[in-house]
Design a protein around this ligand. Sequence first.
Ligand code: COA
Length: 171
Amino acid sequence: MKKILETERLYFREFTIEDAQLLIDLNSNPNVVRYTGDGAVKNLEEAKRILTDIIFPQYLNKMGRWAVHLKHTDEFIGWCGLKYIADANEIDLGYRFFEKYWCKGFATEAAKAIMDHGINTLKLKNIIALAAKENTASINVLKKLGMTYLGDDMCKHDPAEMYIFKQDSNY
Ligand SMILES: CC(C)(COP(=O)(O)OP(=O)(O)OC[C@H]1O[C@@H](n2cnc3c(N)ncnc32)[C@H](O)[C@@H]1OP(=O)(O)O)[C@@H](O)C(=O)NCCC(=O)NCCS
């Protein structure tokens, strides 16, 4: 297992091809993918393609969506991490957790650690995040991280808000 970092309650590791079923399970709840712009992962073949074509290449840049586990039980609760978006030349913060783990502060705890890793270890200058306007939980997380509202955008078909964290802000 390639562990990336840990927080008080969580640890992060790189996904492997054996995790394909976890991606299917996570996206199988319509509430989880309601504002994410993707949807259910149809089968193991599609999950493996997401891993090999989208997730693993990010690890070569020392970034990526990392599997998040509870320290005290080792349970997989979702993912959180950074992704380089070539079209925009931006680094995007993202997170997604199983519904039973919502509202326990895990997204905030995970995203704070990832932001800290991005700014202080990877020496990134800016990190952006996009959340659908109706996704109040996600927008709350971004605000709690101290990110700044940058403007409105679209998240696939949903009106969305763009947030930014700059290295010189008080984080
Ligand atoms: C967005 C998501 C990651 C938040 O995870 P979480 O672990 O519940 O987040 P936290 O507990 O750290 O913080 C969420 C905050 O929003 C609040 N919140 C949660 N659901 C809410 C809702 N429906 N309406 C208003 N506020 C809400 C919580 O009370 C909390 O605020 P608080 O700390 O002031 O009490 C989680 O809901 C999720 O995985 N959603 C599906 C995937 C997704 O939408 N990802 C983001 C795409 S931009």
